[in-house]
Write a protein that binds this ligand. Structure first.
Ligand code: NAD
Ligand code: TYD
Length: 354
């Protein structure tokens, strides 16, 4: 008999959000065995979990979710009670450069996990759960008004969002066709510690610090709804334990910012922290060629999660941004590790050659 009450596979646990989910679960539930399944792509980094990786309920398996044989071996070895699925290719700009990588991991990888979850669940129909972590980008792009609700029709417009939408549809199909117990959440843009500096906020922090140009796509008028990553992890905890099977929950911070306004706030926070004259970093802003198919606005209506499960965000944005900037300033070694090698090649393709 296992000493643990439950065994949970968390895929993509070495990435940004996954590492926060693992940290929360491993610490909060010492009786759960948490198995991190991660292929350690450019975005996966075991340093993200250094503070918890010696805890007795944490396990790591280096594996690609598309490799059915290897993943089957893990289902056999651990007899998972639940899967929290975060592993994905996650960056829109990379999906424009290499869409097939997104179809592979996000669609095929999800299908492999669903198929195995179904096969093991069908053996005894015991109390299992497949929790799929998805994005608000599946709903497409909003105009100046309105919000995405759980009933908004899917309208993905980038290879990234189309691959995530496909994976959501597969998850729903496994629920409707086979009865596999599933739950899905669709979250807005996350920010916080350990985010790979290809995404807006850490890229800008890094470039402000090193006094490199700040590449603002188009006119900087696109709007994103930002959520503190630890609030996302708390929402996943709540939905995992209290969400209704077969349902979808939107997660968001009611915290919309135009990119250009957000970058001005970041410049101001960093000018103060770095002892630079107020406004000096804004001189680094450069308006560059827009992203192809750039979605104008995302904004989540998270009232269902709030009304039914009592979740709400915990942190004001400016406080969260300060904490995020502090983390990056104090963890330059981490930044140096992840921005060496392959990152330089991506940066050149994305920002220098264009
Ligand atoms: P990330 O890119 O930081 O991490 C992805 C992780 O998945 C990495 O550790 C990587 O090594 C792993 N991975 C990639 N391909 C794999 C494969 N084939 N097999 C096994 N592991 C693989 O991503 P993130 O920002 O932490 O996002 C995690 C999840 O949350 C994704 O599913 C994403 O779509 C979703 N999401 C992200 C955001 C956001 O703002 N970042 C918002 C909403 C939803
Ligand atoms: P990003 O962090 O890539 O998240 P997503 O595209 O998934 O929302 O980008 C957030 C916003 O910032 C988006 O409107 C694109 C914009 N952006 C820039 O203007 N410059 C950049 O260098 C990056 C990476 C993003």
């Amino acid at each position: 008999m296992s000493a643990f009450s439950k065994t949970i596979a968390v895929t993509g646990g070495a990435g940004f959000i996954g590492s926060h989910v693992i940290r929360l679960f491993v610490k909060k539930y010492p009786d759960y065995r948490v198995v991190n399944i991660d292929a350690l792509t450019y975005a996966g980094n075991l340093e993200n979990l250094e503070d918890i990786d010696r805890l007795p309920n944490y396990f790591f398996e280096h594996a690609d979710i598309c490799d059915e044989q290897v993943i089957n071996g893990l289902y056999k070895k651990y007899a998972f009670d639940a899967v929290i699925h975060l592993a994905a290719e996650s960056h829109v700009d990379r999906s424009i450069m290499d869409p097939l990588a997104f179809v592979r991991t996000n669609v095929l990888g999800t299908a492999v996990l669903l198929n195995l979850s179904r096969a093991y669940w069908e053996k005894d129909h015991s109390n299992k759960l497949f929790y799929h972590v998805s994005t608000d980008e599946v709903y497409g792009s909003l105009g100046d008004t309105g919000y995405f609700t759980e009933k908004t029709a899917y309208d993905p417009r980038s290879p990234y969002s189309a691959s995530k939408a496909s994976s959501d549809h597969l998850v729903k199909a496994y629920f409707h066709t086979y009865g596999l117990p599933v739950v899905i959440s669709n979250c807005s843009n996350n920010y916080g510690s350990h985010q790979f500096p290809e995404k807006l906020i850490p890229l800008m922090i890094n470039n402000i610090l090193t006094e490199k140009p700040l590449p603002v796509y188009g006119k900087g008028e696109n709007v994103r709804d930002w959520l503190w990553v630890e609030d996302h992890a708390r929402a996943i905890d709540t939905i995992f334990h209290e969400g209704k099977t077969g349902e979808t929950y939107n997660i968001g911070g009611h915290n919309e910012w135009k990119n250009i306004d957000l970058i001005h706030v970041l410049c101001s926070i960093m000018d103060k922290k770095l002892g630079r004259s107020e406004g000096s970093s804004t001189g680094l802003i450069r308006f560059v060629k827009d992203r192809s198919g750039h979605d104008l606005r995302y904004a989540i209506d998270a009232s269902r999660l709030n009304n039914e499960l009592g979740w709400k965000p915990s942190l004001q944005f400016e406080e969260g941004l300060e904490k995020t900037v502090d983390w990056y300033l104090q963890n330059q070694e981490w930044v140096n590790h992840v921005t060496s090698g392959q990152y330089q090649q991506f940066y050149t393709e994305q920002y220098i050659k264009r």
